[in-house]
Design a binder for this molecule. Structure first.
Ligand SMILES: [Zn+2]
Length: 130
């Protein structure tokens, strides 16, 4: 039973280390903030280095207007630079007015999911000998 609990904790901490431990420590008072942060995983198309970025949807995303000045949603844009080749990856995610994700665009790299990110970061440190 203890083993199973440890396994679960490991899984959670890989994906969301900050929020999970925050909730553990403060008894889930910050559940409303969960949807505020979005983890974006990208991979450089040149050197294949994976990069994780945390998006604060409320602070990092800018309001978008249509040509009649009506609010149509939010957009987050960022030039992400990996630690290996320093080539900028331009990422852009659009949200609707309820801050739900609508679309993703990227140049200089590609989006990957959290599981792929974990595999890639683990592989880069453990397969040097092969
Ligand atoms: Zn790179």
């Amino acid at each position: 039973m203890l083993k199973k609990l440890c396994y679960t904790l490991q899984n959670i901490s890989v994906e969301e280390p900050d929020m999970t431990w925050w909730k553990w420590l403060f008894g889930g008072t910050s559940t409303r903030d969960d949807s505020r942060y979005l983890y974006v995983y990208v991979q450089c198309e040149r050197c294949r280095t994976p990069v994780r970025v945390r998006v604060d949807i409320y602070n990092d995303a800018a309001v978008e207007f249509d040509d009649r000045e009506r609010e149509i949603g939010y957009v987050w844009r960022k030039d992400i630079v990996d630690a290996k080749c320093f080539r900028p990856i331009h990422a852009e995610i659009t949200f609707d007015t309820a801050r739900r994700e609508v679309a993703r665009h990227i140049t200089g790299g590609q989006y990957i999911d959290a599981a792929t990110y974990t595999v890639l970061t683990t592989a880069s440190t453990s397969t040097r000998n092969t």
